[in-house]
Ligand binder design. Structure first.
Ligand code: MOS
Length: 730
């Protein structure tokens, strides 16, 4: 099905199942330990061997020699593979990380060897016997030091977003503005810190590879593995039915999958490889730290006349920039604009996608800047944002937002949060030892239309089975797919089985960039239309006139149970949603208003979040229960970004020091006392037949700035370098 014009009324609008708070259909399996993760596939793989990755101990240079003799002779060891015995990866993979192969070392903990042994313990013990010799060069790993040499870089989102994006005359407008702000902000490197590490079990049968791995996008993993191993895609099967989180770290294939496959080939039996925690930070990907300069010029009554946003970050050569200026393109109107990004080369693990890439760190800066400007102007921060709302793309006034209800988010959120009770004077509210403050920020994140396929089968007993290589990374995707099928076919959600994450199933959008929910359900919507046609043909109905409801197919006075259609054999509907060019005329995006109340200890500088509220505009809400879980999870992540999360770089050796869950702090339940989420629920006919948009990332956008602004309101201390830790309160 090609989606080319805004959706009219359709079956999903009935909202008998879609839009309801259906509990996760995979919940019981998750909490009873019967949803296997990639490292635990004892159900399908007998007698696996265990691999342990040996990481490089330099960040830049060459491997000269790897002596594996002692490791090979160690008890239980089956094989040792070294990077010098294999060519570097072919170009064109969806990753710039050198996963394995060749002498060149581009970052710390790049895989140098894989030890395969009878047991996990034997592999780990023998790994210490692998001796690698290096020619080391001094690593570039200090962004502030390398920033001067950074080069202009375009956004990977395409030619629409050039390296330097200028409209009007920024310099003149900024110079002439009666009220100005010019400030620098920084955001640190972050690691994804998902629960389930990268892990793979790999097995070969007759030259064909099967990997049970932890992947957000099955097709990307399959394609990269096939390319890395020199196999046709058809000879690689990737399965990822359950996933313990990803946040972007599992969009692309990592060394665990490649090395499990190579290890399994070497020893002639299945091999399991997980990335131990330290390797996730140093060998996986990170959210790249940024240094950002923001300049805002405004009239005395608060209208923005000039917006300047410059961002620099560092990455491996050939990798892309963290698009921190992305939200600034579209969040506020202003006739004069100057946005640009530069990229320095750093010898650190690849900077790549992490939840709301671009927008999350960009808003961490922009939304503090707006708070500072509001104070300078003497205008309420909510009012300043309302005043500068735009309903069109500021760069292309003929292109409007399909649905944009940021102002309603701000108004409803402020009202429900009790924003009117905020004292605008910083440091004025005390509660015993605590200074109390409120802060807010706007949130913005694009909605991305991606092709997505699905198949649905009606069995003799009336049960429906959905099959797609879509993944559920803990987001509730399987549940909204079941709801979509139930709504479209007119059956209860219990009548639907959902099978995900298998490359033998139709190719879906995958989970990432908050593009999973809308696209995957739309692909299934299209497949359901096909199944409806098949059912109608079998039963002698006109597909257009038949109504699918209450477990029956009805037209006029004739009503037949749905299961009747399959009594002589199952019926299958399969299709794929693709998109036309509605994006030419419409910007599709999601919006949020984030509010936070914090208390800062007067004596220790410790910050405690007291309560948070988000008002979210993200199209039709497919399931308010799972959508809320997405948003409160994202708000929690935003508190981490505001107050805790930062990878610390050892600048001599070029590695992240706090490379485990003990040293890299993220919020726990005790850090998050109260969160409220309001959904505006405005269906977006431009997004898809589902009229939904992404929800997985908008909940994070603006949160950290809201918390930082609340800290300022509490204390009068403006911290522009994240995280806002207590040493910066002194
Ligand atoms: Mo998301 S950062 O695209 O998983």
């Amino acid at each position: 099905m090609r989606f080319e014009t805004p959706a009219g009324p359709n079956a999903v609008d009935r909202s008998t199942v879609v839009g309801r708070p259906v509990r996760r259909i995979d919940g019981p399996r998750k909490v009873t330990g019967t949803a296997p993760y990639a490292y635990e596939r004892h159900d399908v793989v007998a007698d696996p061997a265990y691999g342990w990755i040996v990481g490089a101990t330099i960040a830049r240079g060459r491997v000269v020699r790897v002596d594996a003799a002692a490791a090979r002779a160690a008890p239980g060891v089956l094989a040792v593979l070294t990077t010098l015995e294999r060519d570097a990866l072919p170009p064109g993979l969806r990753t710039t990380l050198p996963l394995f192969g060749g002498a060149q070392v581009r970052h710390y903990h790049q895989a140098v060897a894989l030890v395969v042994a009878e047991t996990f313990e034997a592999a780990r013990a023998a790994a210490h016997l692998v001796a690698a010799e290096y020619e080391a060069a001094s690593p570039r790993c200090d962004l502030a030091a390398e920033a001067a040499g950074a080069e202009p870089v375009a956004d990977r989102d395409g030619p629409d977003y050039p390296a330097v994006d200028r409209i009007g005359d920024f310099e003149a407008a900024f110079a002439a503005a009666p009220v100005r702000l010019d400030a620098h902000y920084s955001t640190p490197d972050q690691t994804h810190a998902m629960m389930e590490p990268h892990a793979t079990t790999a097995a070969w049968t007759d030259g064909r590879l099967t990997v049970w791995t932890s992947a957000q996008v099955i097709a990307w993993h399959r394609g990269s593995l096939a390319q890395a191993l020199g196999l046709p895609k058809e000879d690689v099967r990737v399965e990822s039915p359950f996933i313990g989180g990803g946040f972007g770290s599992k969009l692309l294939v990592r060394a665990d999958a490649l090395l499990a496959a190579l290890g399994a080939a070497a020893v002639g039996r299945p091999v399991k490889v997980a990335l131990q925690r330290p390797l996730i930070a140093n060998h996986g990907t990170r959210r790249a730290g940024t240094i950002q300069r923001i300049r805002l010029g405004a009239t005395r009554d608060g209208r923005l006349t000039a917006i300047g946003h410059q961002s620099v970050n560092g990455n491996l050569a050939g990798a892309f920039a963290e698009a921190a200026v992305a939200p600034t393109r579209l969040l506020y109107g202003a006739p004069n604009r100057d946005l640009s990004m530069r990229l320095a080369t750093l010898d650190l693990a690849e900077g790549n996608d992490m939840r709301a890439p671009g927008e999350a760190p960009g808003l961490m800066a922009l939304e503090i800047a707006m708070d500072e400007l509001a104070e300078t102007l003497g205008i309420d921060p909510v009012a300043l944002r309302i005043l500068n709302d735009t309903q069109v793309d500021p760069r292309k006034p003929g292109r409007r937002f399909s649905e944009r209800h940021l102002v309603e988010c701000l108004r409803v959120g402020a009202d429900r949060f009790g924003w009117a009770r905020r004292n605008p004077v910083p440091g004025a509210v005390r509660d015993g030892r605590w200074l109390v403050g409120m802060g807010m920020a706007a949130g913005f994140r694009l909605n991305l239309p991606f092709p997505s396929g699905a198949r649905i089968r009606l069995a003799r007993d009336g049960r429906l089975t959905v099959e797609t290589d879509m993944t559920d990374i803990g987001t509730g995707t399987s549940t909204i797919l079941a709801q979509t099928a139930a709504e479209m076919m007119g059956v209860p959600v219990e009548a639907v089985t959902v099978r995900l994450g298998d490359s033998d199933f139709p190719e879906a959008a995958g989970s990432g960039g908050q593009f999973g929910a809308n696209n995957a359900t739309s692909g299934l919507y299209a497949a359901c239309l096909k199944l409806r046609e098949a059912v109608a043909a079998r039963l002698g109905f006109d597909a257009g006139a038949a109504e699918f409801a209450g477990g029956a197919v009805t037209a006029g006075t004739r009503s037949v149970p749905l299961a009747e259609a399959a009594k002589d054999g199952p019926l299958v509907g399969e299709d794929r949603i693709t998109y036309g060019d509605l994006d030419k005329d419409y910007v599709q995006a999601t919006f949020g208003a984030q509010f936070a109340e914090v208390a800062v200890n007067r004596f220790t500088g410790e910050t405690r979040v007291r309560r948070m509220l988000a008002a979210i505009d993200a199209g039709r809400v497919l399931n308010p229960l799972t959508a809320r879980s997405q948003v409160i999870g994202a708000m929690t992540m935003g508190v981490g970004a505001a107050l805790m999360e930062a990878l610390a770089v050892d600048k001599r050796h070029g590695f992240f020091v706090n490379h485990d869950l003990g040293g890299y702090e993220v919020p726990v339940h005790a850090d998050i006392p109260h969160q409220e989420v309001i959904f505006l629920d405005h269906p977006d006919a431009v997004s898809s037949p589902m009229k939904a948009k992404g929800i997985g990332e908008i909940g994070l956008c603006g949160v950290a700035a809201a918390v930082a602004n609340a800290v300022y309101n509490a204390t009068g201390i403006r911290v522009r370098d994240y995280p806002v830790t207590l040493d910066k309160m002194l």
